[in-house]
Design a protein around this ligand. Structure first.
Ligand SMILES: *Cc1c(COP(=O)(O)O)cnc(C)c1O
Length: 375
């Protein structure tokens, strides 16, 4: 065996021994919150298609029409010929939705975070990141080559302490957090963080990937990032803020400059979905209502948005419960380290607007049965 393959094999075996090896399972997504796996139809309680817009007739129409008219790929970076006018339209709509002067669309949420942070801070600067923030906020902070400090989860007093102790020794400072935490479903204390940031001349940047369309938060941060890939049922990322900062990003963000623009059909999808969010509050309220119904049925804490974590401890237990739920017709993927801290493997349930109350009640029934049997 060549050393390359041997190295890969060794790593895979070590992961498998700890139940941490992952596999890609072919899955077709169907309308109304279902998926098809290995020839079986399952109710999907782990996608981020929170408003079930990926099969919405009007959204589909927008995607198909834009694709037929303008073609599939964007052809080049936005700075060359990949800047379709639909992108400007989407940026205007995102800025209006977030009450900011301007917005910039990137190739994904991951590319947004890894592009924005290094454009604004660098060596000699300070970056504070909540310990449970999404991996791509960490990637952005690391790429910046500023000093990265992980802060205890949602702990405003700890952030204050760190700023008091270290802020003065650094040039610029950013504080990064999710608005709704992707694996825990709780919310960040945005007002308190922003007040601290103002006091210490730091720049708060939020990632609203799981909030947009589900939970309209009053967000005081000067940099509001998010994704087009979840409630908007498209693909891509964005950040909203002042004209000056957005113009700087268009000029300097490497993940914007050196990566191809989004395909027109994808941009049209996001625009149509964003319009739906602005016009249908009852539909947008459903993921949270259903998440609360599930949590109440399980006697779990009330969720802030459409995500409910059910922490079970070991990766083995999470995998076994996930498998048992699949046998009963529910798709709930096991979430294991390093996505979550060691000892907190979990089933993470996400609720979609298209799910029905009866389906949620059936899920509660199945999960309660399994929880009793396995504890
Ligand atoms: C899902 C998620 C991302 C990744 O967004 P993509 O558009 O899928 O790359 C980024 N940040 C947070 C907080 C997320 O939950």
């Amino acid at each position: 065996m060549r050393s390359l393959d041997r190295a890969a094999r060794q790593k895979l075996d070590a992961l498998a021994a700890r139940s941490l090896r992952r596999e890609l399972v072919p899955t077709r997504r169907l309308p109304h919150g279902f998926v098809e796996r290995s020839g079986r139809r399952l109710l999907d309680f782990c996608s981020n298609d929170l408003l079930s817009l990926s099969h919405d007739p009007a959204v589909l129409d927008a995607a198909v029409q834009a694709t037929r008219r303008w073609g599939t790929g964007a052809g080049a970076s936005r700075l060359v010929t990949g800047n379709h006018p639909l992108l400007g339209e989407l940026e205007c709509a995102l800025a209006a939705h977030h009450h900011t002067e301007d917005a910039v669309v990137f190739g994904s949420g991951y590319l947004m975070n890894t592009g924005v942070v290094p454009s604004l801070v660098g060596p000699g600067d300070l970056v504070l990141v909540d310990e449970l923030a999404h991996a791509c906020l960490y990637a952005g902070a690391q790429l910046s080559r500023g000093r990265l400090i992980r802060t205890p989860h949602n702990d405003v007093a700890a952030v204050r302490d760190i700023l008091v102790r270290h802020r003065a020794d650094h040039g610029r400072c950013m504080v990064l957090t999710d608005t709704v935490f992707s694996m825990d479903g709780d919310r960040a204390p945005l007002q308190a963080l922003q007040a601290l940031c103002v006091e210490h001349d730091a720049w708060l940047m939020t990632d609203d990937a799981h909030g947009l369309g589900v939970l309209e938060v009053d967000n005081p941060a000067p940099l509001k990032g998010g994704t087009l890939s979840k409630a908007l049922a498209a693909y891509g990322g964005y950040v909203c803020g002042s004209r000056a900062v957005m113009d700087l990003l268009r000029t300097r963000a490497r993940t914007l400059i050196y990566s191809t623009g989004l395909p027109p059909g994808v941009v049209a999808t996001a625009l149509a979905a964003l319009g739906r969010i602005g016009s249908d509050p009852a539909w947008c309220a459903r993921p949270r209502q259903l998440a609360r119904r599930f949590a109440a049925g399980m006697a779990l804490p009330e969720p802030a948005a459409g995500i409910v974590p059910w922490i079970v401890g070991s990766p083995e237990r999470a995998l076994a419960l996930s498998g048992a739920l699949e046998e009963r017709g529910f798709l709930v993927t096991a979430i294991r380290p390093p996505t979550v801290p060691p000892g907190t493997a979990r089933l993470r349930l996400t609720f979609q607007a298209a799910h029905t109350e009866d389906q949620v009640d059936a899920l509660v029934h199945a999960v309660r049965e399994l929880a009793c049997a396995s504890s």
